[in-house]
Design a protein around this ligand. Structure first.
Ligand code: PGA
Length: 255
């Protein structure tokens, strides 16, 4: 499901390295399915670990399947890697790239760019994460964001921007106790759009959804999306708590 006139918002659940069993994964899906099927304007994307992708079911579902990473390679001798084509074959529509936890483990902007191109080649939408480690009063973080965007999108074709989602995730707000304020999200989202427009031209980037991620709960989800003027959310911890995640979906859909 791509963002369209009907589906205006997108909420992505990044399960990270959770849960431990197939049974528990099925249980999360079971509890989210009903709420997701009742949404009028919001796309739900569930990103479990690779091994649970099949637990999300086959065929028509009230949510889209997502993955948390992808190989830069098409196929071959790359132990442990999963290709974009394999994900496509599992009906994956969205894939997170450049998450700060992967960047910490060595993923560079150049690798993110290769992954995005591999996904585009397979027809999968890339959810490109960017975010500064710290917010300094001198505005250095804006340069960090600009460089991440520029280098992570190097070589990405304009015509494939319809398969791009940008997730702004300030690293200091991930796994924290408090999210960023809606006003600050708004200011940063405008900046991100400007950087994208300077790179590709306004007409190509107006439709690129900008999401916020970092300590999102049902309590702050409404304020962040409304005041932040973003197209949705990337949710970590609360995405494996079906009650909390369902509330986030409802709050966003009611805006
Ligand atoms: P969090 O994680 O919601 O647990 O802060 C967000 C993320 O890492 O995508």
């Amino acid at each position: 499901m791509p963002i369209t006139k009907k589906y205006k918002k997108i909420v992505i659940g990044n399960w990270k390295q959770n849960p431990t069993t197939h049974e528990a994964a099925k249980n999360i899906v079971k509890h989210i399915k009903k709420t997701a099927s009742e949404l009028k304007k919001t796309i739900t994307v569930l990103c479990p670990p690779f091994v649970f992708l099949q637990n999300l079911g086959k065929g028509e579902q009230p949510f889209s399947k997502g993955a948390q990473d992808v190989s830069v390679f098409e196929s071959g001798s790359h132990t442990g890697e999963v290709s974009a084509e394999m994900l496509k074959d599992c009906e994956v529509e969205y894939t997170i790239v450049g998450h700060s936890e992967r960047r910490k483990a060595g993923e560079t902007d150049a690798m993110v760019a290769s992954k995005i191109k591999a996904l585009h080649f397979a027809g999968v939408t890339a959810v490109m994460c960017i975010g500064e480690d710290n917010r300094d009063s001198g505005g250095q973080y804006l340069d960090t964001l600009k460089n991440q965007i520029k280098h992570s999108l190097a070589g990405v074709e304009k015509k494939n921007l319809s398969h791009l989602v940008v997730a702004y995730e300030p690293v200091w707000a991930i796994g924290a106790t408090q999210a960023m304020s809606g006003a600050d999200v708004h200011e940063t989202a405008i900046y991100i759009k400007k950087v994208l427009a300077d790179l590709f031209g306004h007409e190509y980037v107006v439709k690129v959804p900008i999401l916020y991620g970092g300590s999102v709960t049902f309590r702050n989800a409404g304020e962040i999306v409304k005041e932040g003027h973003v197209d949705g959310l990337l949710v970590g911890r609360e995405s494996i708590n079906p009650e909390g995640f369902n509330e986030i979906l409802k709050v966003v859909d009611a805006l």
